[in-house]
Design a protein around this ligand. Structure first.
Ligand code: PLP
Length: 441
């Protein structure tokens, strides 16, 4: 009997004892290929000594100081390095400890900026169905995943959502480019429905992540969204928690679309899982507007601006650069996408294979022609991931992407250090697991 409150009570939870590169080992000596870096976190791979060392040294020097009183060398050095990487002019970084917290900070910041700009009636944050922004109540209110929201919906103040740019199952029943980007134009309709003077920001993932699985918006989507935000005075906030730090083959997902957001939230790959760190990045001019109006951002957090987190992030960033991992994500990610298509496309349960960089998803269907999803009770994607787990490959399942309840996909997003041989092994095991589950063996 363990006193741990487990995430999946019915799952055996073997003890992880070691990690190196794409591999993990459990206490029984079993080896796993971590083909999703947990929840698409471990961009740099497991067991990176430089990162562990930097964290240890920082902790030994000074682990914690209160962020209202001190800064640290690690925090300053990292912020300077990061500023050169983010697609934001004159950025400022506010450090927290989870993606959800970063989102909470972003939506509060958007509200405070609008008030500081003299628009105190603006408070709504428009987001998208089929999104994931986190599990805390404020982040859930903007998340577009009904399965995670339903139980707690009476407890949060909901926010408006628009349909996602999901071409495989276009919410408007249209086809690109004849659709005229109805999914982006829906933002304008939603703004006008509430009144522009009520809306503070639009928040979305550059590439749809956990809820829908690596959904890349069609060309023209993001520039049109940017234009609409500008027309109505909204801040555009990019949730780069999953797409940041090389995952998509660029430093940040938004760079694929030639659009500069007003704010970004980052997490996961910032430290590759070595420290729970998230980052809100905003424009210096907005921080100054808040300072002029209110003195400071009305927010906080005991562990904000953590010195060990900054040391971990700095060592992670240097590792990404030293090993050219952004380019690796683009090049080996293209190989991963090609292999997924070559090896899985003939299977009758595979509806769509999509992705960008080293961020790929496979969506499963009961009928390829009609795109009918499996009944949710069959837990199709979860069953495949469990089979792959038994065979030593870790994948990230998702469900509810079709309409909030139905829909099965899984994500394949290994550490960016993965080799082509390892990709081949991942894809072969995935095929075996899909065949086993699909044919009911
Ligand atoms: C795009 C995105 N935003 C926010 C979050 C929430 O991050 P966290 O789980 O660290 O709170 C996630 C987590 O999966 C995410 O993928």
């Amino acid at each position: 009997m363990s006193h741990v409150f487990y995430r999946r009570p019915a799952f055996p939870h073997p003890r992880a004892v070691r990690g190196e590169g794409v591999y993990l080992w459990d206490a029984e000596g079993r080896r796993y290929i971590d083909a999703s870096g947990g929840a698409i976190v471990v961009n740099v791979g497991h067991g990176v000594r430089e990162i562990a060392r930097a964290m240890g040294e920082q902790a030994a020097q000074v682990a914690y100081v209160h962020a209202t009183l001190f800064t640290t060398e690690a925090l300053e050095a990292y912020s300077e390095e990061l500023a050169r990487r983010v697609p934001l002019a004159d950025p400022r970084f506010y450090y927290l400890t989870s993606g959800s917290e970063g989102i909470e900070a972003a939506i509060k910041f958007a509200r405070q900026v609008q008030v500081a700009r003299g628009a105190p009636s603006r408070y709504l944050i428009i987001s998208r169905w089929g999104s994931y922004h986190g599990a805390t109540l404020g982040a859930l209110a903007v998340t577009g995943k009904p399965k995670m929201r339903a139980l707690y919906a009476p407890m949060f103040r909901d926010q408006p959502h628009i349909p996602p740019p999901y071409c495989y199952r276009c919410p408007f029943g249209a086809t690109y480019p004849a659709c005229d980007l109805a999914c982006a134009r829906a933002l304008e309709t939603e703004i006008l429905r509430h009144g522009p003077d009520q809306v503070a920001a639009f928040l979305a993932e550059p590439v749809g992540g956990a809820t829908m699985g690596a959904v890349v918006p069609p060309e023209g989507y993001w520039p049109l969204v940017r234009e609409i935000c500008d027309r109505y005075g909204l801040l555009l906030i990019a949730d780069e928690v999953m797409t940041g730090f090389g995952r998509t083959g660029r430093w940040f997902g938004m760079e694929h679309f030639g659009v500069e957001p007003d704010g970004m939230v980052m997490g996961k790959g910032a430290t590759g899982g070595y420290f729970p760190l998230s980052i809100l990045a905003v424009r210096g001019s907005d921080v100054e507007a808040i300072q002029r109006a209110h003195g400071e951002f009305v927010h906080g957090g005991t562990f904000s601006h953590h010195a060990v987190g900054a040391a971990a992030a700095l060592a992670t960033l240097r590792y990404i650069e030293a090993h050219d991992l952004v380019r690796a994500a683009a090049e080996k990610g293209a190989y991963l996408g090609r292999r997924l298509r070559e090896v899985l496309s003939d299977l009758p349960w595979v509806g769509d294979i999509r992705g960008i960089g080293m961020m790929w998803a496979v969506e499963f269907v009961a009928d390829r022609r009609t795109k009918e999803p499996f009944p949710p009770g069959r837990h199709f994607a979860q069953a495949i991931c469990d089979r792959a787990f038994e065979r030593g490959v870790l994948l990230y399942p998702g469900h509810g992407g079709v309409d909030g309840v139905r829909g099965d996909h899984l994500m394949v997003a290994p550490p960016l250090v993965v080799t082509e041989a390892q990709i081949d092994e991942i894809v072969e095991v995935l095929r075996t697991a899909v065949v086993e589950v699909g044919s009911g063996h």
